[in-house]
Design a protein around this ligand. Structure first.
Ligand code: IPM
Ligand code: MG
Length: 372
């Protein structure tokens, strides 16, 4: 009997190609697993009005982990235009399946390691080795949004003191409200995950990213939670920084940072910045981790313009597969895979176009496989 059940969610666009590359290396590692395909992506939105159908949710309830490729998404009106004729005008709204997946399965940790592998020509600086813990279930991603704004909410706003009360006097379609919701519970658990990681791997510092000087209520909760959690880890140094200053300091001196922990949206922003410092889209990998399930993915999107060409860099997805192996407890396989990736980057013989080479997606995967 296979040891693991893994949901296989290619999505669309280049998601399909990069997952093929990941499968190639997992097979070379002889991972004893059953891979169960799950329908997810743009074509299911167009055909069924749901990019993340219930049958895929049911598959995810039965597996140990999942590997996810990428999904195309479009603004509301453009998405509606591509619906099957029978579904048009039914009020269906396109929502990002990956955000839904994170919330539905309470995958509260978004773990994004950003490591500069030696001699990657795309490294911003050598030696960068940052790890981001991004809260993954709430904040501005709560999905609680109002447009048009209902009368009850306008009423509350009208009762505030000026100038805030002025919003309540606007017409319901003259403004919109997106709620940033940060609970103490979700803040504490992501902070605890970051400090636990620092303790387990002997990391030197945790930096808490926020904007509590302006966004006082919600980021205030996050910062207060940080003070509480940090007190249980007296041996680990920590500091905090505003998100805007953080982007500047990260560029200026990435080696002053180690583990970063942030609410959802700030984590989203700094993870793109940090991915770019270690080679860009082809290198950013990500784990969405909960207590029961974890879903691993490259940080990049579906790049529709490259779809079907097998030219994109599969390393982000292969590193996501490496994270999955670690999470499953397959530490040795994870280590071998990371060493193989590092060696191929160091040698520089097989490179995709982003690294200045002309190798194809599966050739690079094959080369990594040959080192295993
Ligand atoms: C990411 C992406 C997603 C996000 C998008 C695709 C919804 O940017 O994983 O960082 O915003 O979380
Ligand atoms: Mg992002």
């Amino acid at each position: 009997m296979p040891k693991y059940k893994i949901a296989w969610l290619p999505g669309d666009g280049i998601g399909i190609e990069v997952l093929e590359a990941a499968k190639l290396v997992l097979d070379r590692l002889r991972l004893n697993a059953d891979y169960i395909h799950g329908d997810i992506g743009w074509e299911f939105w167009c055909r069924e009005g749901d990019p993340f159908p219930q049958r895929t949710i049911d598959v995810l309830k039965t597996v140990d982990a999942a590997l996810f490729g990428a999904i195309t998404s479009k603004p509301i009106k453009a998405a509606e235009a591509e619906l099957a004729p029978s579904l048009k005008g039914t009020g269906l709204i396109y929502r990002s399946p990956i955000v839904r997946l994170r919330q539905l399965f309470d995958l509260y940790i978004c773990l994004r390691p950003c490591k500069a592998y030696s001699r990657n020509p795309l490294n911003y600086k050598e030696g960068i080795n940052l790890v981001i813990f991004r809260e993954n279930t709430e904040d501005l991603y709560s999905g609680v949004e109002f447009y048009p704004v209902p009368e009850e909410l306008s009423e509350i706003l009208r009762h505030l003191s000026p100038p805030f009360s002025a919003f309540g006097g606007l017409g319901s379609d003259q403004y919109a409200v997106s709620c940033k919701i940060n609970s103490r519970k979700a803040s504490e658990r992501i902070l605890r995950a970051a400090f636990e990681f620092a303790r387990k791997y002997g990391r030197k510092k945790v930096t808490v990213v926020h904007k509590a000087n302006v966004v006082r209520a919600t980021d205030g909760v996050f910062l207060e939670a940080a003070q509480g959690v940090a007190s249980s880890y007296p041996e680990i140094a920590w500091d905090d920084a505003n998100i805007d200053a953080m982007t500047m300091w990260l560029l200026k001196n990435p080696s002053s940072y180690d583990v970063l922990v942030a609410p959802n949206l700030y984590g989203d922003i700094i993870s793109d910045l940090c991915a770019q410092m270690v080679g860009g889209l082809g290198f950013g990998c990500s784990g969405n981790i909960g207590d029961q399930l974890a879903v691993f993915e490259p940080t990049h999107g579906s790049a529709p313009k490259y779809a079907g060409q097998y030219k994109v860099n599969p390393i982000a997805t292969i590193l996501a597969a490496k994270m999955m192996l670690e999470w499953l407890g397959e530490t040795q396989k994870a280590q071998r895979l990371e060493e193989a990736v590092a060696e191929v980057i160091r040698e520089g013989k097989v490179r995709t176009y982003d690294m200045g080479g002309s190798s194809k997606t599966l050739e690079l995967a094959q080369e990594i496989g040959n080192k295993l």
